[in-house]
Write a protein that binds this ligand. Structure first.
Ligand code: HEC
Length: 236
């Protein structure tokens, strides 16, 4: 038997042309070594990064719902009672929703509603909290500053405004503080907060306690406007 390969090599060694391609095959299989130094970022990489960025932005924009507290976890987060209610947002329990919103407030007023003596007034057992609803909405919409007295203790701080929260969230948190701890005052409606927001839309400064005492109630204002419209004579 004649091995044809052996014959070829034999032939090559003895005068005929060497097979250059075959000789370099092994070297050709190797990948080029990576090199140090400044090399351009591969285009695929740049494209992939942009695609990821675009997707991330689109995803946040579509699904974050402004991170609103009533939507971030879905309305189901605030629904009390049976599982049947979960799909219908109309049965959101303001106390549950308000408790969630109150996380913002607890940093200062404490989860217990007791506040911090001399710094943040207590909301538990506070006559302002259990008092005029429209003034509570004013405080949340524009803030409160200047001296107040609660429980014989003086406070002179700055209550930040929460106007960036929507009316439903504000009504819920007010309902929560009025119905929690030892407080037992009726809930605050979303429409009241909306009415106060509209009536005070021109204002940017925080309220002072003195101003709130004399602030016209929303109901009185509405009545005034109605009577102004109907007849001048009725005003005397
Ligand atoms: C950064 C701290 C801080 C946060 C957060 C905060 N408050 Fe206040 N709050 C204060 C201070 C300080 C006062 C007293 C202001 C003053 O001395 O005029 C106040 C006053 C109040 C008052 C009036 C109390 C009174 O006796 O007149 C109410 C009502 C109130 N806050 C509710 C809330 C609610 C509801 C939230 C959450 C949405 C909240 N606060 C979040 C600091 C805070």
């Amino acid at each position: 038997m004649i091995d044809s390969n052996k014959l070829d090599r034999h032939e090559q060694r003895h005068g005929t042309e060497p097979d250059v391609e075959e000789m370099h095959e092994i070297v050709g299989r190797e990948k080029t070594e990576p090199q140090e130094g400044s090399q351009a970022v591969p285009t695929e990489m740049i494209v992939a990064a942009f695609v990821l960025l675009l997707f991330g932005g689109w995803y946040l924009g579509t699904y974050s719902a402004d991170f609103a507290v009533d939507r971030y976890d879905g309305p189901a987060a605030f629904v009390g009672g049976s599982a049947d209610n979960v799909k219908s947002p109309s049965v959101i329990d303001p106390m549950l929703m308000g408790k969630r919103v109150f996380n913002y407030c607890a940093a200062c007023h404490q989860a217990s509603g007791q506040g911090v003596v001399g710094q943040f007034p207590p909301l538990d057992g506070n006559p302002v909290v259990n008092g005029r609803e429209d003034n509570l909405a004013r405080i949340l919409l524009h803030g409160l500053s200047g001296p107040i007295e609660v429980d014989g203790q003086r406070y002179n701080g700055q209550m930040p405004k929460w106007s960036k929260l929507d009316d439903r969230s504000l009504a819920a948190v007010l309902t929560y503080v009025r119905g929690s701890w030892s407080n037992g005052s009726p809930p605050v409606s979303e429409s009241l907060v909306t009415a106060v927001r509209e009536a005070t839309s021109g204002r940017s400064a925080a309220w002072t306690a003195a101003e709130l005492e004399t602030a016209q109630t929303i109901e009185a204002k509405a009545a005034d406007e109605a009577s102004e419209k109907s007849t001048e004579a009725m005003q005397d």
